[in-house]
Write a protein that binds this ligand. Structure first.
Ligand code: PLP
Length: 400
């Protein structure tokens, strides 16, 4: 449509939103649908956090705030970076946004334009390439291998860099792979980055608290402090504290970048929700026992779904170290005929037929740069996961 901007025409509709919507429509028609396509914890936000929000409303903390967040929350974020990551970020180097997604949006839109490149390891979170494209810059996809646990290797990074590269985007624990980059992995990448001083790194640490031992979360600003002046550390409360709907994300980074991001945010959403900011403060400063409870539940569910999927003919599911997704290969089920009588050419067809035949909503891997795979979120009850696995096994057993 000629009325639409070039920028928006470059955007692909979100594949995860599309499949979740299709699942909702089928459920509305009375179908028994299990949707494992969305990326959010199924737990309630802990009570002390909800309570802090209610109190904020009652004492009238309901007005515009500073565009980059209330000073109390920025101070709590500074403490969090120090306590959990061993990184010092002064409140001037910190900003709060409407979700980690807006942080990333601000950072990329404040820095990228036509002619620039951003390196994104694949499989990747669907939004990175689209936000890069929206800026007019080009995403450069750096492949990783399942055999390497989907880790970006120093050689693959080196090969993806060019004089036009402005950003490397790292996401660990990763969506959709669950890959957790170790200190040694990050040190190897830092070695390459040191040789390319024009390249900045955006570390998306949003799944920090969902890493299962022996894997251990690490972040670049701590592992390679000498790169700190060109690292943006992105985090948020959505996934850690079951607060996806509250929309609070934050970052620590160089003042000049944070100032530019604040300017951009001031002309878009003005400030993140005042009430949610007080809730996020309670999350960061309050009791942290929710984190280990949630992590234990996710570890149990991961083992349940990995075992359940590996029992399905034609599927092969690696065990992820973190986040709450699995990314099984369906290569062994492709080119076969589904119960509908249609042959399945690719992962998108596999997911469409699975939803049609068994009412299980999964996201095609091609949306994440992971062709021949599909993503399931295991942020669902054990019973739901067991039923989903049983249906997937039945589906795979009927393929001809
Ligand atoms: N980064 C990754 C890798 C994600 O998977 C998500 C959400 O799905 C986000 C960032 C954004 O999270 P939020 O905007 O809810 O903080």
């Amino acid at each position: 449509m000629p009325f639409l901007s070039d920028a928006v025409s470059r955007l692909a509709p979100s594949a995860t939103v599309a499949i979740t919507q299709k699942a909702r429509e089928l459920a509305a028609q009375g179908r028994d649908v299990i949707s494992l396509s969305a990326g959010e914890p199924d737990f309630d936000t802990p009570e002390h956090i909800r309570e802090a929000a209610k109190q904020a409303i009652d004492r009238g903390a309901t007005r515009y705030t500073a565009p980059d967040g209330i000073p109390e929350l920025k101070a709590a974020i500074s403490r969090k970076f120090q306590r959990e990551n061993g990184v010092d970020y002064d409140p001037r180097e910190i900003m709060v946004s409407t979700g980690g997604k807006q942080v990333i949006f601000n950072a990329l839109l404040a820095t990228l334009g036509p002619g620039d490149e951003a390196v994104i390891p694949a499989p990747y979170w669907v939004s990175y390439p689209d936000i890069v494209r929206l800026s007019g810059a080009a995403p450069v996809i750096a492949p990783t291998q399942a055999a390497d646990g989907f880790r970006l290797t120093p050689d693959a990074l080196e090969a993806a860099l060019s004089p036009r590269t402005k950003w490397l985007i790292l996401n660990s624990p990763g969506n959709p792979t669950g890959t957790v980059l170790s200190e040694a992995d990050l040190a190897g990448l830092a070695e390459v980055l040191r040789r390319h001083p024009h390249v900045w790194t955006l570390c998306d640490d949003i799944y920090e608290h969902i890493a299962h031992p022996p894997a251990r979360f690490a972040t670049l600003a701590a592992v390679a402090p000498e790169l700190r002046d060109r690292v943006l550390t992105v985090n948020g409360v959505s996934k850690a504290y079951a607060m996806t709907g509250w929309r609070i994300g934050y970052c620590g980074g160089p003042v000049a970048l944070v100032d530019a991001m604040r300017k951009l945010q001031g002309q878009s959403t003005t400030n993140p929700c005042s009430i949610s900011q007080w809730a996020a403060l309670a999350a960061l400063d309050g009791p942290q026992d929710y984190l280990s409870d949630a992590r234990a539940a996710f570890a149990r569910r991961r083992d349940l779904i990995v075992a359940g999927l590996n029992g399905a003919a034609g599927l092969s599911c690696p065990t992820p170290d973190g986040a709450f997704y699995v990314l099984p290969s369906c290569a062994g089920a492709l080119a076969r005929v589904a119960p509908s009588g249609r042959a399945m050419a690719d992962d998108a067809a596999f997911c469409a037929e699975l939803l049609d035949a068994e009412g299980v909503a999964a996201t095609p891997g091609s949306a994440f740069g992971a062709e021949g795979r599909f993503r399931l979120s295991y942020a669902a009850s054990d019973a739901t996961l067991a039923e989903a696995c049983a249906r997937i096994r039945r589906f795979c057993a009927t393929l001809r």
